[in-house]
Design a protein around this ligand. Structure first.
Ligand SMILES: C[S@@+](CC[C@H](N)C(=O)[O-])C[C@H]1O[C@@H](n2cnc3c(N)ncnc32)[C@H](O)[C@@H]1O
Length: 642
């Protein structure tokens, strides 16, 4: 029941705003995982936050363009008729889009799938929440690229050290920020031709190497094995964003849904075990998997043609080819403006630099015979990590078990499979399995199999989903972002009000739940629960202890209004913190001739900041509408009161 005997939410907002001038900085802890990161974009006095960002472990959910389902906010997307609710599509029902986007359909249904792609291109108001909900079932079984490493993040090194430590392209004198790194693409002439030729030779060597190591690469059938159905292309274009996506795998023949695309023996993957063997006792058995793989990549690259993995290492991209924000020059980072991705990038640089220093101290210095300091440089370490971030996969192999006997995943670098590009809607999947022995060229061994998620036509590119990644995750770790990313998210950092008479009680309660008095939430339900606690008064408690309260449902009208008003205010303040407007970014992006002349990093920065602003705007508008509905009584506090 609504309580009406409490001070109005507005008054509380003022109280808090006054208190926020002494706001504190949240220290960032970084985990090597896009799946587990959340990046806070809010700086709003209302909730006593700064441009802090917080990484929360084990969270896959994001504040996408929606708020809790119980609010039925129309997915924070304005409908064509301006009302919240199920968005109307040009000829598409929401169900149809969801079905199309998540289906494992036969080719007979393929036109529908074209519809959602086309719709994605045409309309800003895609009901992405429904698609995410429908995808939840299928996405987690895909091996998300990277997962959590030990929670050892916070290392504070002076920025100057980092600037020196992290190799970033040199500034060009006297050129403005938008064009200083401009390399006119497609005007490379002979140089570009040579580069293409080199890539084609590398591709051919990789295919030969795969064939020599038990992968069926032949153009004809073998005993029980169909012809190899894929081509390795040196240059692919993302079909929705029309951005260069580097190498990729293309269908040579039509492929049926559920068929194996290829199988790889475990002998060719790089994992911690292989690294321990390659360093022959110079690394401790309990070394972190990421470090072991990074060091092995550096070692094998230095071995050149004598490395067994040379054909694989040769097709790994350079740091500049991946170009994640980690190595962007300051002038490009500046284009991200107040995006928390800037802070996340700096934190990741710090973490990598600190960890490299630790590795040097702990293992490398004492064994300079194995770890040649001119080879195991920080630059090489960055290259290795950028490759791990952007292409390592997690998979259960070799019956590996954790301390309590449960099957555990391993991190592996998987040649060939890691040439598949990202599409957030793809359901292609990778498993380790023991295939049927009789005709298989890889007999009786455990192998990595990649299965087709749908029917593919000849010359179609095969995609896989790297997981439900936000644009910040993608740019930080993979060097690209998507203008239309259904998993894009903006987290809100929320904090207890310092002048709340219940502050200490609430803080102790949060501590029991392993939460702090300031948290970042990517997931709207949890955000609401936290905010209900933030605005909870003694009256709301009605004599109960905090632990007896139920925060999953609305507590009182006042409480709910305050929580919603905070979100609206937060979104608006975040929007105001950008010096550019969403419309300006959109105009720039839509002028494709001009936009395509910018270097990729700058295009990505503009796309990214625009996508954040769009999400903030939609969220603010939806919450505002909901507030109005609640205040006017058009909407009841609890669904059962409707
Ligand atoms: C796992 S690798 C895929 C193979 C990669 N294209 C290559 O040339 O090696 C991931 C990298 O591919 C690129 N990539 C993948 N999907 C992309 C997409 N949809 N748009 C743009 N680039 C993409 C990014 O550079 C990313 O870091």
């Amino acid at each position: 029941m609504a309580s009406t005997s409490r001070p109005p939410a507005r008054k509380r907002r003022n109280t808090h705003a006054a208190a926020s001038s002494g706001s504190t900085r949240t220290v960032a802890a970084l985990f090597y995982t896009a799946a587990c990161t959340s990046i806070t974009v809010m700086s709003f006095s209302l909730l006593h936050t700064t441009h802090a960002f917080v990484y929360l472990p084990r969270r896959d959910h994001r504040l996408t363009s929606t708020l809790p389902s119980q609010w039925d906010l129309g997915r924070c997307s304005s409908n064509h008729d301006g009302r919240p609710g199920v968005p109307k599509w040009r000829g598409h029902t929401r169900d149809m889009l969801v079905r199309a986007a998540t289906s494992k359909k036969s080719s007979a249904e393929a036109p529908e799938e074209r519809d959602w792609k086309q719709a994605l291109l045409e309309d800003d108001d895609l009901d992405i929440d429904a698609i995410i909900a429908a995808n939840k079932e299928t996405l987690p079984r895909l091996p998300g690229i990277l997962s959590a490493s030990p929670r050892d993040g916070n290392v504070d090194l002076p920025e100057s050290f980092l600037d020196e430590a992290v190799a970033s392209p040199k500034k060009e004198e006297g050129v403005g920020p938008l064009v200083s790194r401009a390399k006119m693409q497609g005007l490379g002439g002979k140089g570009e031709e040579d580069e293409e030729k080199k890539k084609a030779q590398q591709n051919a060597r990789l295919a030969t190497w795969l064939g020599e190591n038990g992968v069926w690469m032949q153009d004809k059938s073998g005993w029980g094995v169909p012809p190899h159905p894929l081509l390795l292309s040196s240059r692919t274009i993302d079909e929705i964003e029309l951005e260069d996506s580097g190498r990729g795998l293309i269908c040579k023949y039509p492929i049926n849904m559920g068929n194996a695309l290829f199988q790889l023996p475990l002998s060719i993957v790089i994992d911690k075990e292989k690294s321990l063997a390659a360093f022959d006792g110079a690394l401790p058995a309990d070394i972190n998997e990421y470090f072991a793989i990074a060091l092995m990549l550096i070692q094998q690259r230095a071995l050149g043609p004598s490395s067994f993995w040379a054909p694989y290492i040769d097709v790994l991209p350079t740091t500049e080819e991946v170009d994640p924000t980690l190595v962007w020059p300051e002038e490009d980072l500046a284009l991200l403006e107040t995006s928390p991705l800037v802070a996340a990038t700096r934190s990741l640089k710090r973490k990598l630099a600190a960890e490299f220093a630790l590795l040097e101290e702990q293992y490398m210095r004492a064994r300079s015979d194995v770890f040649d300091p001119s080879v195991f440089t920080f630059e090489a370490y960055l290259w290795a990590f950028i490759n791990i971030f952007s292409r390592a996969i997690r998979v259960k192999i070799g019956g590996k078990r954790g301390p309590s006997g449960e099957e555990e995943e391993s991190i592996i670098m998987c040649p060939y499979a890691d040439l598949i590009n990202h599409n957030p809607f793809a359901n292609t999947y990778i498993v380790a399995e023991k295939p049927f022995k009789m005709f298989n060229p890889i007999r009786g061994e455990e192998v990595i199999t990649i299965y087709a998620d749908k029917d593919y036509k000849k010359m179609e590119q095969v995609y896989i989903s790297y997981g439900p990644k936000s644009n910040a995750d993608l740019l930080l770790l993979y060097g690209f972002c998507l203008d239309r990313n259904p998993f894009n998210s903006v987290d809100l950092t929320v904090a207890l009000l310092p002048d709340d008479p219940l502050f200490e009680e609430k803080r102790a309660f949060l501590a029991q739940a392993e939460r702090r008095e300031k948290e970042a939430f990517p997931y709207p339900n949890e955000l609401f629960e936290y905010l209900r606690l933030v605005y909870l008064t003694k009256e709301d408690m009605g004599g109960k202890a905090l632990r007896e309260m139920e925060f999953t449902d609305p507590i009182s009208l006042e409480n709910e209004l305050a929580a919603m008003a905070s979100i609206e205010g937060a979104c608006e303040e975040a929007l105001a913190s950008y010096s550019t407007k969403e419309e300006d970014d959109a105009r720039l992006i839509n002028d494709s001739k001009l936009f395509n002349m910018f270097p990729k990093t700058q295009r990505m920065a503009i796309k990214h900041r625009r996508s954040e602003k769009r999400l903030l705007k939609k969220t603010a508008a939806a919450v505002k509408q909901q507030l109005l509905n609640l205040r006017s009584g058009k909407r009841k506090l609890r669904p059962e009161e409707e």
